[in-house]
Design a binder for this molecule. Structure first.
Ligand code: PLP
Length: 319
């Protein structure tokens, strides 16, 4: 794992180091442990048939970390420090990158307020940590479609809150609704906006899209929705394939008319949604070989695996 430390005053000026994977040493009074002053990222490393290894748009994660750090009053590594650190971690863990088609190496950067701070104030010391783990498919069903339920009891994010950044405190409160939905046989929940309880926002850990005819729509990222790198990339791929792509408010009632629904995220890539249950009514969607989501997912995966040309320069080789 990679570790870089700094003071709030100086920011990340000193070099970081690779260390054997193990526990971190941080103050029991740290800002991260006590007040949730921390953010994370998630990205993947891919191995190709010729043995070369690649990252997918690491600059996007680096920039998102910077934006999140600003919101949480933390210094952050520069874009080049971030990418360099991720590359070092990937190389050090090269033997853990699964063979092509079997999965990928998931990389988890963490930026933490590590210094003691009992009063409510930004920590004076910070840690940037990166660890990695091989992963296969995120959802248990593998690539079989998700069964979602619309969540009306709990909200994920509120206006002016931190739903738009990857803070370490976002998932804790999402566990209760997730466990509850799973106990009823659903794969995950679909959250609505907290102001009106009317517009769809996202799933616990992935963004949401609906397909109607030739039009693909997704809610706009205005603070309560995480601006996913996969979301952004899928929109570009869809436009290049000739679909009409819209970012707009989507009332939950539109779920009744959609042809398809799918989720996007680094972990799930493009995940087809087979059904959504809303107020006891189960709506079914097209999935499978002739679906738009399948076409988008195949194109996405083919770019990541180097099987079709990477016209946008998204793939970054690690030497
Ligand atoms: C990370 C995350 C996503 C997906 O973002 P990607 O950059 O595509 O991986 C979506 N929603 C939430 C809440 C997330 O934390």
């Amino acid at each position: 794992m990679y570790l870089m430390k700094c003071s709030q005053e100086d920011g990340f000026i000193a070099e970081g180091q690779l260390n054997p994977y193990g526990n971190l040493e941080l103050s029991p009074a740290s800002g991260a442990l006590n007040y949730g002053q921390g953010i994370f990222e998630g990205m993947k490393v891919f191995r190709r048939d010729d043995g070369r290894i690649f990252l997918f748009r690491p600059d996007q994660n680096a920039q998102r970390l910077k934006i999140g750090a600003e919101r949480m009053c933390m210094p952050s590594p520069s874009v080049s420090q971030f990418i360099d650190a991720v590359k070092q971690t990937a190389i050090a863990n090269k033997r853990w990158i699964p063979p092509p088609g079997k999965g990928s190496l998931y990389i988890r950067p963490l930026l933490l307020g590590s210094g003691p701070i009992l009063g409510v104030s930004p920590s004076l010391e910070y840690m940037f940590v990166i660890y990695a783990s091989p992963v296969g498919y995120y959802f248990k069903e593998g690539s079989s479609p998700l069964n979602l339920c619309v969540e009306e009891e709990f909200d994920r994010a509120s206006r002016g809150g931190t739903g738009g950044i990857k803070t370490i405190s976002n998932y804790g409160p999402a566990l209760r609704p997730l466990i509850q939905a799973k106990s009823k046989g659903f794969s995950d929940v679909l959250y609505l906006d907290s102001v009106n309880g009317k517009y769809i926002e996202e799933v616990s850990s992935c963004n949401i899209f609906i397909v109607k005819g030739n039009t693909i729509s997704t809610p706009p990222v205005k603070g309560t929705i995480l601006p996913g790198v996969t979301r952004k990339s899928v929109m570009e791929i869809a436009r290049n394939l000739g679909y009409n792509v819209e970012e707009r408010l989507i009332p939950v009632s539109e779920l009744l008319e959609a042809d398809e629904v799918f989720g996007t995220g680094t972990a799930v890539v493009v995940a087809p949604v087979g059904t959504i249950t809303y107020r006891g009514k189960r709506i079914e969607y097209r999935t499978g070989e002739n679906s738009v989501s399948k076409r988008l997912s195949s194109t996405y995966v083919a770019i990541q695996n180097g099987l079709i040309e990477d016209k946008n320069g998204w793939m970054v080789e690690i030497n």
